[in-house]
Design a protein around this ligand. Structure first.
Ligand SMILES: Nc1ncnc2c1ncn2[C@@H]1O[C@H](COP(=O)(O)OP(=O)(O)OP(=O)(O)O)[C@@H](O)[C@H]1O
Ligand SMILES: [Mg+2]
Length: 380
């Protein structure tokens, strides 16, 4: 064993039995109800709507994405045309839905919302498409989950603004083609890798959203606090931002929880000390890691002796689908220096060992320089 325990930090027990974790029955996919989960949870929904930026210039961060969107919007408006079909992808909670909604505002057009799993038959989609106003937006969330029949139906709509309607079935089926108004399909997905090639090819604009640096998250927290009438200092906003896992949704959630704490335990203002105490009480990781992040890193360290370990084995060890692991969880860990992808597999970095209070295995401890470079080498 190269991973001498026991881990020295409190909070590690969370991962053993997870008594607080809902959905124990079946044990298949456990809903992640932790406060730092990047996915939307029930208590988010109403407040989130009021915090969503309505216009592009209220949208903080993602400068490159904003810049290109504003160019495309201006061009489409200038030509009085529909915006090209647009795809947003990236981990949960980074603003994909928000961008889709605010595009409608920027273009001054109506928008209809649906999502991949909701569309069961072509008729569902036909109804939405035929009811769109000229140059309107159809937003399909979780577009990687479209059924193949729906996808087939969508292709001519996207390409030629035309749908094939089938009447009746069996040998007496009749099909006719129906013209649509020009429209913009906006798709969002956390799993770009699951989109089919023909689907990807039909988007003229493809934008990836990445994690927000702490300074941008702090601006988001400050903006949200203003909207919610919460007094906050810049230090307080920074403290929340640092622990929000690069994710605006988590930042907003932490803000509301710390507000409760500040209201009860201090004068009501969130300064950095209040934020710190509140977040510690809420058991929010001071490094911004969530429960799944911790599980992944500990699996590499404990089960695979620090790695390298292949994606498939790691996925089995943490009970998550390999593609989700790769596209949704790993990017944060890699960007933040907890994990590296090498030619031979995933490796836990020194930072990961330190985070969980493990001693670096002796065969790595002394190898800061050359050897470490080889072992931890980045192959992209
Ligand atoms: N750039 C931003 N500036 C300010 N607030 C933001 C920004 N991006 C996201 N938010 C906030 O974060 C919340 C979550 O964003 P959103 O719902 O758009 O994420 P998403 O990428 O669609 O997530 P999912 O993949 O789970 O659907 C929004 O309600 C909004 O309040
Ligand atoms: Mg969304």
């Amino acid at each position: 064993m190269t991973a001498p325990g026991p881990p020295g930090r409190s909070g590690d027990t969370r991962n053993q039995g997870d008594p607080g974790d809902a959905g124990g029955a079946g044990g298949e996919t456990r809903p992640r109800t932790e406060i730092t989960t990047p996915e939307a949870i029930e208590s988010d929904e109403r407040p989130d709507a009021s915090l969503r930026p309505q216009r592009l210039d209220e949208f903080i961060g993602q400068a490159r994405v904003k810049e290109s969107l504003s160019v495309f919007v201006e061009a489409a408006l200038g030509r009085e045309e529909a915006l090209d079909h647009t795809l947003f992808y990236g981990p949960p909670g980074l603003g994909k839905t928000t961008l889709a909604l605010l595009l409608a505002g920027e273009l001054g057009v109506g928008i209809k919302l649906t999502s991949g799993p909701v569309l069961e038959k072509p008729g569902d989609l036909a109804g939405l498409l035929t009811n769109l106003p000229p140059r309107g937006i159809l937003f399909i969330d979780e577009i990687h989950r479209l059924r193949p029949v729906i996808e087939e139906f969508l292709y001519p709509a996207m390409e030629d603004y035309r749908i094939e309607i089938r009447l009746g079935d069996g040998p007496r089926v009749e099909t006719f083609s129906m013209k649509l108004e020009r429209f913009t399909l906006v798709g969002a997905t956390t799993r770009f890798g699951l989109l089919t090639a023909p689907m990807r090819a039909r988007f003229g604009v493809v934008e990836r959203l990445g994690y927000y640096p702490p300074a941008e998250l702090a601006r988001i927290v400050t903006r949200s606090a203003g909207l919610l009438d919460i007094p906050i200092t810049s230090g307080g906003a920074e403290e929340i931002a640092r622990r929000a896992r690069g994710t605006p949704r988590i930042a907003n959630r932490l803000l509301r929880r710390v507000r409760d704490y500040a209201q009860v335990r201090s004068e009501g203002t969130i300064d950095s000390a209040t934020a710190e105490k509140g977040l510690t009480l809420l058991n929010v990781d001071e490094y911004g890691l969530d429960e799944m992040d911790a599980r992944v890193l500990k699996a590499i360290i404990e089960t695979f002796e620090g790695g390298p370990v292949g994606l498939a084995s790691l996925a089995v060890a943490v009970g998550e689908d390999a593609g989700t692991l790769e596209e949704v969880y790993e990017p944060y860990l890699i960007q933040n220096g907890y994990m590296q992808r090498t030619a031979r597999g995933r490796v836990a970095t020194r930072k990961a060992y330190e985070r969980f209070g493990y001693a670096l295995p002796s065969d790595r401890a002394g190898s800061e320089g050359g050897a470490q470079g080889a072992l931890f080498g980045d192959d992209g």
